[in-house]
Design a protein around this ligand. Structure first.
Ligand code: TRP
Ligand code: SF4
Length: 335
């Protein structure tokens, strides 16, 4: 019933183009997506319609941000040959299916959505009292089911949206009397959450992030500003690496030396400045390959456009196939 090439299961995931991606996005999502390419047929989307829902007051930035996200995707090893990398707005079937699915979505489901309620409470920098924003999860459901994706790799924050997608699929299939849509599973990322340089959640809005594209000097400057064990005041004080974010970063980016780092900290064999200088070099080495790939693609705008053109074409072919079925089932097909 599900049509995938080579019998592999299909994955879709996406990110909104709100700017350059950071190390949290890399270890929390992109590294995982990169590895999934070996076992799944992957669709990776730049969700620019979703960005417009909240950024409509300054929409000019969305296109430039979409370019940054594409550069970061490829830099981090998403492979435009093996995977379909595309921009949501270049596949009109997302919008079409969104409208059809919205007919099947009780408003109460959207009003009760915890993510929506939280954002209504907390997002103060933008006005999201628009009609589209309430329907954010309906478009997200369309994104997923238009490719009949089996799995959606997401962080925990997206689980309510996934659950809503699944409910919507069941309701739709039930009402049209056919299992036309595939109920997707969430694939939770196992990686630990990487905190920002100030120990809060890593986020652009806090300015505590290291971008994947940051150059070595910027990385050094940001790492040297990291907050360390507050109880370690003098160089001779023994430190508490378990309470230090710097040590957590070692575990993520250079697990082989994390024990040694912790020991030198506990025994006061080195200072926090030494420890952070070394971490900066670890990160610079970790990002060397992504930087190389990013610069290569940045220098070749034709290739960048070809990636999107090709991804859009492959995405539309699959999406059009689903839409034909759905239109037939909803009375919108041939008369
Ligand atoms: N809502 C997701 C986020 O903010 C982005 C997104 C849009 C998405 N459509 C999707 C993620 C479909 C997974 C599947 O991160
Ligand atoms: Fe943190 Fe390293 Fe300083 Fe220990 S030595 S407190 S791990 S920065």
């Amino acid at each position: 019933m599900t049509k995938t090439t080579e019998g592999r299961k299909r994955i879709l995931s996406g990110m909104r183009p709100t700017g350059r991606l950071h190390l949290g996005n890399l270890v929390g999502a992109l590294a995982n997506w990169r590895d999934l390419q070996d076992d799944y047929e992957c669709f990776f989307m730049i969700a620019d319609y979703h960005a417009l829902m909240s950024e409509y007051e300054a929409p000019a930035k969305i296109a430039a941000n979409a370019r940054e996200v594409l550069l970061d995707f490829v830099a981090c090893g998403l492979d435009p040959v093996r995977s379909v990398i595309f921009r949501q707005s270049e596949v009109p079937q997302h919008a079409e299916l969104h409208l059809i699915l919205s007919c099947y979505t009780p408003i109460g489901w959207l009003e009760r959505n915890p993510t929506y309620k939280e954002q209504m409470r907390e997002l103060t920098t933008r006005d999201i009292h628009n009609y589209a924003f309430l329907g954010y999860p309906v478009l997200q459901a369309a994104d997923i089911v238009v490719y009949r994706a089996h799995c959606v790799p997401v962080g925990e924050d997206q689980l309510p949206h996934l659950e809503l997608t699944r409910e919507l699929v069941r309701r739709f299939n039930n009402l049209v009397g056919e299992d036309a849509l595939v109920e997707p599973h969430a694939k939770l990322t196992a990686s630990p959450r990487l905190l920002g340089t100030d120990r809060r959640k890593m986020s652009k809005s806090y300015g505590n992030q290291i971008d994947i594209a940051d150059d070595p000097d910027t990385i050094r400057k940001k790492v040297m500003s990291m907050i360390t064990d507050p109880k370690r005041i003098r160089r001779n004080d023994p430190g508490h690496p378990d309470e230090c974010n710097v040590c957590d970063w070692y575990k993520t980016f250079s697990p082989g030396e994390a024990d040694e780092v912790a020991r030198k900290c506990r025994e006061a064999l080195w200072g926090c400045t030494d420890c952070k200088s070394r971490l900066a070099e670890v990160l610079i080495a970790y990002l060397a390959e992504p930087h190389r790939r990013r610069q290569e693609l940045e220098a070749d705008p034709d290739r960048l456009h070809r990636i999107l053109a090709d991804g859009g074409e492959r995405a539309r072919a699959v999406a059009a196939d689903t839409l034909a079925d759905i239109k037939r089932l909803t009375g919108l097909g041939a008369m």
